[in-house]
Design a protein. Structure first.
Length: 352
């Protein structure tokens, strides 16, 4: 039987023309042009870079960046030692960061950190005393001057400077003293102790902060500012070391009438500067580093989720209403406050 002729089979393709055999030179060219016989019809726009795809990739990258930062924040918070058992026992523990919670923020003058003069010894006193009432959508702050006259539990009935409670009995006695000083049903739910050793590094991780300096500062030498601290009036950018110094200035020779109330106002300004920088686009690029540093700056009874909730409240609560208690100076350089001023301060803090 004679051999059959060797036929090549061609199949038609869409839009006219024939598909060549895949092994032929013409077939290889067709495959390079996206017209191979085993690929089928291509979807419209396949392989093209479109605005929608770019947006999708950016959204995935942003979500991954935020998630990575969240993990770092949580791990860093869990590694912190927290506060003492005595301090936890003194806290009310009520409220939450959605319905409202009252937080005592204390910074001591304990001698540690690059900008602290470690040659000075002795028990630390409360260098700053601030109450923050935080809830989703609203944040209110109240600063108590460290020279406020208060009765410290366990030391008799005589009044003395309120910041002495920290050196006598630590944060637990500080909590009880502040609650007794303000009265009017105030209960402290949480505690944050600012660690001055890590505070400058936290500020630097954000790229510094901007503060509104309300009066020219010419401070004589203190801590490790051996040449003093000078700062012009107006909006000024500060790195971590100078931000801590700005919050701790004791005397201002350019404004000799200033007292501890001006110091408390500067501490409020530092807090506002931190909030403003946290919301800036530049900090988003540094978010993992900031997330790692932030929990290391404080000792608190909050854990990771609670600290994240507080950060959310600070971010959504606007600049927050700020009040520095005024009072009037009495004997021994203490500040005396009337019962009505205390009642008004508590009412404003709690939003009643």
């Amino acid at each position: 039987m004679a051999d059959r002729p060797d036929y090549k089979v061609y199949r038609s393709r869409k839009r006219g023309g024939l598909l060549r055999p895949s092994g032929s030179l013409e077939g290889l060219r067709d495959r390079a042009r996206g017209r191979g016989d085993d690929r089928g019809p291509r979807k419209p726009g396949s392989g093209r870079i479109t605005p929608g795809r770019v947006f999708k990739w950016l959204a995935l990258a942003v979500a991954g960046w935020i998630f990575f930062s969240f993990v770092l924040f949580t791990v860093s918070a869990q590694l912190q030692s927290g506060v003492s058992a005595e301090a936890k026992a003194a806290l009310g523990g009520g409220g939450n960061l959605f319905s409202g919670s009252t937080i005592l923020v204390v910074g001591s003058d304990e001698r540690k950190g690059d900008s602290i003069d470690e040659t000075q010894r002795g028990p630390g006193r409360a260098d700053s005393i601030m109450l923050v009432h935080a809830q989703l959508g609203g944040v209110r702050k109240l600063s108590i001057p460290r020279d406020a006259a208060a009765v410290i539990p366990g030391t008799g009935d005589s009044e003395q400077k309120i910041n002495g409670a920290y050196s006598i009995g630590g944060p637990s006695l500080m909590i009880k003293t502040v609650e007794g000083f303000l009265g009017n049903g105030l209960e402290i739910d949480h505690l944050i102790e600012v660690d001055f050793a890590d505070f400058p590094a936290f500020i630097d991780s954000m790229g510094g902060i901007t503060v509104n300096n309300r009066s020219r500062i010419c401070a004589p030498p203190f801590d490790n500012f051996f040449k003093g601290f000078n700062l012009r009036k107006g909006e000024r950018e500060l790195n971590g070391r100078r931000a801590l110094g700005f919050a701790r200035i004791r005397k201002n020779e350019c404004a000799p009438g200033e007292d501890d109330r001006a110091r408390a106002a500067r501490q409020q300004e530092v807090l506002n500067g931190i909030r403003g920088q946290l919301l800036s686009p530049s900090t988003f690029l540094r978010l993992p580093l900031v997330s790692w540093r932030a929990p290391r700056t404080v000792d608190t009874d909050f854990k990771g989720p609670g600290m994240l909730g507080l950060a959310a409240d600070l971010a959504t609560g606007g600049t927050g209403e700020t009040r520095v208690m005024q009072g009037s100076f009495g004997a021994g350089g203490t500040l005396a406050f009337s019962d009505s001023e205390k009642a008004d301060a508590v009412k404003e803090l709690l939003g009643n």
